[in-house]
Design a binder for this molecule. Structure first.
Ligand SMILES: Cc1cc2nc3c(=O)[nH]c(=O)nc-3n(C[C@H](O)[C@H](O)[C@H](O)COP(=O)(O)OP(=O)(O)OC[C@H]3O[C@@H](n4cnc5c(N)ncnc54)[C@H](O)[C@@H]3O)c2cc1C
Length: 418
């Protein structure tokens, strides 16, 4: 359906080289938490001149916002329309290639090698940083958005709680009680990517003015490492994504200035976190594509090389069927990623497609990684072969950003409602 442009292919190739030369040799140390993943991410961004470019780009955004005045506040209140992007939103090729294809390609390339590393990078920059960029005012973007996006600081995005996972909003217990110029935050967040290294925390909590729980609006606040009452737990031991540190965040009477509320306080607001969740789900198929592409390529190579009964195993029809089925999933997920890139660039929001894609791509990644291990036989079960790691990591993609069932149910709900 689509192809990368020549300049995009060159970027992709350069990026693949960095991943193979710099990231692949460090995967084991990353998985054992022997090296700081964020130092390596900084080296990666520096190698491509991206940190300076991000700082410059954001400086210009902040300057524009200041010149225009408090437009963001009016946008929150629905008084200002989003600026229409240049380009033809009905031309999928043009729009897909505009601004989303490069980040998706970067994520895909990283996930061929180290999906957890990619996840930590995406959570800090796109999820925590992206929430500040889309909801924050000029001061907030300058203070927190710029350092998170240039990775001077590590960001976390904190929604899930021990008793509020799939039902993140309804069961949320974290509260923010307004007092003078502050909110007092209490609660506990769990499974938080990057928490052990976290410096800037985007935390969702219910604003408690004494109204019943189900009437309390959910808002995002920015908390900073070192605030009294804010602590993090030990890194969790996990099945996969070991190259991504995960932990808990505790808030015990944390005094958070009103200036740290993202957006404008509104009654019964839930959409704020849902929008970020939609963005998170849009990025998952690109992660899955990296896993699928690598497993597929390794399997084809192995099927040609490995000989049993006097011939390459690729000559057995059972192996050929596996390769063909892997290829179907590979192509489907690739097309999904291109479509999501087009939707992102054209500002088209189709939550049914986003949730369905996330569910499909995550399942496909697991199935393809499982098939790869089967093709590799006993060797596929050994750490020495990369497909073993990719299977362990793939399973998380069915859990994070809403489980597969929750994404399928949300898809069906939207389709039946519309
Ligand atoms: C490694 C890792 C990193 C993560 N990073 C972050 C992060 O950075 N920030 C963050 O906020 N969260 C993060 N999460 C949390 C993740 O988003 C949640 O784990 C996920 O939303 C599921 O919640 P839960 O684990 O509480 O499962 P539960 O909600 O308890 O679900 C358990 C099972 O019940 C099913 N289920 C629940 N409700 C229904 C229903 N109504 N209908 C049918 N089935 C249902 C689910 O599909 C699932 O199979 C992370 C999780 C992991 C494992």
């Amino acid at each position: 359906m689509f192809e990368l442009t020549e300049p995009q292919k060159m970027i992709q190739q350069a990026f693949r080289q960095w991943c193979e030369n710099e990231l692949q040799p460090k995967v084991e140390a990353l998985e054992k938490a022997e090296i700081n993943p964020f130092d390596l991410m900084r080296q990666m961004l520096d190698a491509f001149g991206m940190r300076d470019a991000m700082r410059e780009g954001m400086k210009r955004k902040v300057q524009k916002m200041r010149e225009k005045g408090p437009v963001e506040d009016k946008k929150e209140e629905g008084l200002v329309e989003d600026k229409k992007e240049e380009g033809d939103p009905d031309d999928p090729m043009e729009m897909a290639q505009r601004d989303m294809m490069i980040p998706f390609t970067m994520i895909k390339e990283l996930c061929r090698v180290a999906p957890g590393f990619a996840m930590s990078f995406g959570v800090s920059t796109a999820l925590a940083g992206g929430t500040i960029l889309s909801k924050g005012n000029a001061d907030q973007i300058e203070k927190w958005g710029v350092p998170i996006n240039a990775l001077d600081k590590v960001g976390c995005w904190c929604l899930t709680e021990p008793e509020a996972g799939s039902d993140a909003f309804g069961s949320m217990k974290a509260t923010a009680k307004p007092k003078d110029d502050y909110y007092i935050l209490n609660g506990q967040k769990t499974f938080i990517t990057n928490a052990p290294y976290g410096e800037i925390f985007v935390v969702y909590a219910k604003i408690d003015r004494g109204q019943p729980k189900d009437k309390q609006p959910v808002h995002a606040f920015v908390l900073e490492k070192g605030m009294p009452g804010l602590t993090t737990g030990k890194p969790f031991e996990k099945m996969g994504m070991k190259d991504s540190p995960t932990g808990e965040v505790f808030m015990d009477d944390v005094k958070v200035p009103k200036a740290n509320l993202l957006g404008v306080e509104k009654d019964n607001l839930r959409d704020q976190a849902k929008e970020s969740l939609g963005n998170e789900r849009s990025g998952v198929p690109a992660m899955c594509l990296g896993i699928i592409e690598r497993c597929f390529e390794e399997s084809v190579k192995y099927a040609k090389e490995r000989k049993q009964f006097g011939k390459p195993i690729g000559e057995f029809q059972a192996i050929q069927l596996k390769i063909a089925n892997m290829y179907i999933k590979y192509m489907n997920v690739q097309n999904i990623v291109y479509r999501l890139a087009w939707m992102g660039s054209a500002k088209k929001r189709d939550m049914a497609f986003i949730c369905a894609s996330k569910a499909y791509a995550a399942q496909a990644a697991i199935e393809v990684a499982m098939e790869a291990i089967q093709i590799f036989g006993g060797y596929g079960y050994m750490k020495e072969y990369h497909v073993e790691k990719l299977l362990r990591d793939a399973k998380l993609l069915e859990l994070g950003a809403g489980t597969t069932d929750i994404n399928l149910l949300t898809t069906a709900r939207i389709l039946l409602r519309d």
